[in-house]
Design a protein around this ligand. Structure first.
Ligand SMILES: O=C(O)C(=O)Cc1ccccc1
Length: 304
């Protein structure tokens, strides 16, 4: 077993008891040290040579992309100092909790991360239609706020949506469980590293890389504002890889509807090497050259 001083540290959205914490622990167990951060942005910006790993939520099967994460991946640190090195998926089952003695009919405020509030919309509309929804930095922050107080809210009128795990940590009571809109609910997280070559520990077998995430946009061209939609087809054709997912966010240029696209690709099954016997990394690099020739701006955010 590694001594604590030999283990890399991973930053996650804290405090303890978040889904991010569970996802990180399921993936890395005791191979890493854990450092909780207040927000997803703090997780991202804490990466450094001293804190070389991070885990951030990327998308949810009910509520879609995590906007804060997509926004962070638009900036140039992603793909230059910070790289995506893997992904991991966690099954999410939300609970409604409150201080002991608080009943459903007492609740006037529901605190949680915006993703959790969004994933439990039907439950909230049915059972707490008049409650005010209060967004917190994470689900476990919402649970902690029930104990420490949140702004001027009466804690006996508050509840939180979070993982059942927090009930074993703090003196809080369960009001209802499995309250998400769909029984089957997964969140996918990205594992990030500072620099592309740092070894990412694993408690499972390492598979050869087969994914890549690209950030693609149209070159800024004032004569072509907003960019014509058919240009995306042209860039995807130039990429020439099997696209498994596309997400879109406004670009950081202040040009209306100039978007960045996050394109995730997977290596075609059974083809470990490309036609010319090239590795996945070489195939990715050739795709970058093709997109640039087709007039696109492209950055590889990670291969794994
Ligand atoms: O707040 C948390 O617990 C997180 O890790 C972010 C999140 C919130 C809701 C579902 C999945 C991840």
């Amino acid at each position: 077993m590694l001594a604590a001083s030999e283990k890399p540290t991973i930053a996650y959205l804290g405090p303890q008891g978040t889904y991010s914490h569970q996802a990180a622990y399921d993936r890395f167990g005791d191979l890493v040290c854990y450092e909780a951060k207040q927000t997803i942005t703090d997780v991202f910006s804490s990466l450094s040579s001293d804190l070389p790993l991070a885990l951030i939520p990327y998308e949810n099967s009910i509520y879609g992309a995590v906007v804060e994460t997509c926004n962070l991946l638009r900036y140039s640190a992603a793909g230059h100092q910070v790289f995506i090195r893997g992904d991991t998926t966690l099954c999410i089952q939300h609970c409604l909790i409150a201080r002991p003695g608080v009943k459903l009919e007492d609740i006037q405020y529901v605190l949680s991360h915006e993703q959790a509030l969004g994933q439990c919309k039907a439950f909230l509309e049915k059972y707490l239609p008049r409650a005010t929804l209060v967004t917190t930095d994470s689900t476990a922050s919402a649970a902690l706020a029930l104990l420490s107080g949140y702004e001027n809210l009466d804690p006996l009128k508050c509840s939180a949506i979070c993982s059942q795990v927090v009930l074993s940590m703090w003196n809080l009571s369960l009001i209802s469980k499995n309250i998400q809109d769909e029984h089957i609910n997964f969140t996918r997280f990205y594992i990030l590293s500072w620099g592309a070559n740092i070894k990412v520990p694993s408690i499972t077998h390492d598979l050869p890389p087969s994914h890549a995430l690209f950030r693609i946009s149209h070159l800024v061209n004032p004569a072509n504002i907003p960019p014509q939609p058919q240009n995306l087809t042209c860039l995807l054709n130039a990429l020439g890889l099997r696209v498994s997912q596309v997400d879109r966010r406004p670009s950081t240029y202040s040009i209306p509807f100039h978007d960045v696209f996050f394109i995730e690709t997977v290596r075609e099954e059974g083809i470990l090497n490309g036609k010319e016997g090239s590795s996945w990394g070489e195939q990715v690099q050739r795709a970058v050259t093709r997109v640039e020739k087709a007039g696109g701006e492209i950055c590889v955010l990670g291969t794994w």
